[in-house]
Design a protein around this ligand. Sequence first.
Ligand code: AMP
Length: 481
Amino acid sequence: MIKSNFNDYPLSSELLKAIGMLNFKSPTRVQEQVIPAVLKQKDIIVKSQTGSGKTAAFAIPICELVDWDENKPQALVLTPTRELAVQVKEDIFNIGRFKRLKVSAIFGKSPFYNQEKELKQKTHVVVGTPGRIIDHLERETFDISKIRYLVIDEADEMLNMGFIEQIETIITSLPKERVTILLSATIPKDIVALCTKYMKEPISVEIEEQNPAADRIWQERYSVNQKDKIQLLRDITIVENPDSCIIFCNTKQTVDDVYNELENLKYACGKIHGGMEQRDRLRVMNDFKKGYFRYMVATDVAARGIDIDDITLVINYDIPKDGESYVHRIGRTGRINREGRAITFVTENESKLLQDIHQYIGKEILLKERPGKETVNSSKQEFVEKINTTPEVKETKGAQLSKEIMKLHINAGKKTKMRPVDIVGTLCNIKGMTAEDIGIINIVDISTFVEILNNKGELAFRELQKTPIKGRLRKVSKVET
Ligand code: AMP
């Protein structure tokens, strides 16, 4: 049965509270189909675009169904890119926040040992990219014996990236008694084969976009010589003067070149491509999401699935390689039914690519005349004013949830044999606190981190200054999150 309110589903109060604080008023169409099916433990194939609310569609029932008391991971979510793994981890963490679920992101180009340590601790959900998950399976550092839910996200992109064999390897290692959820924008035959082989009587749902990105987004193109592209980019950014803009290039080298040009011109900008250190990629993506700078120069690593609100303009500095990647790139603007703008630069010998894109989107992108000198000059003042003002910093999606949670650091950990029960015991003895007010506890070598929920952070912090933990007074401080 289709429900139009989250309260109508059999969901715990912890989940409903998080959903409310994330400002999800009613389920999206994909959520209406997927949440009840997964709650009933059915396998499901979901054909749906990003931006449809598909992450929450699987995250909500999985967060509901996992057993908090089980220490070993119970759900595995596979994503094609590291950035997406981090984003999906955050989405699941936010939804499971008040159920105190622990979610880990496991991906390549990131220290293996830290992940190994994280996987040894209590973890309910693991989100990861296929290669690194296989590394952990081979080295037996990821216990999959209790996995009951498998999600294959952006399956068509995994196929494009050549991950299909790795996915099969992972599937065949997992316990057979499980629910499998596959999500994909398109369902090519290799994916059908995968589903037939490894899913049990899957339900298929297809969510046609009511107002697809290609219709919602105002699209234009400019004809340009390769050597004039930078000048055109300068002129277009001056005339358009966007609040927030992604500039897509086809290669790392072009990203570096365009970024350097914009830096020289004093644009506040960032860049992201596959040749950068993973740490830097994540930091830049996060800073852009928060709105620290207006311009991001990127290869397609930023095109797929990444959810950033309020991007007003996408510029294809290089025309993308096909219609599908065109739609993914322009879909970074006009999120969740908002309107957006996309501009594509096309050089003389790219008319075949342009034709393919026109065919794919079923219409012609409007050809525009380059803005003349006068137009550019008359827009300059406003443009300069904007690039000289710092953009307004946006709240992250989970910020609202974090407001009533305080994280405390206690300077004692595994080396002094600190255990969760010592922390819980001490906190529950504080007048006005119960076990319900204690969130995730993370004990490392010489430190313990504990989250205090329900606005009780100040109380716990104050009392722990004078209350011994495990027989001794400990140094307790607040952690900035
Ligand atoms: P996704 O398709 O998973 O990339 O989600 C797109 C965006 O929709 C994300 O920013 C979600 O936080 C947001 N979202 C998911 N479910 C809902 C909902 N029921 N109501 C409003 N926004 C939602």
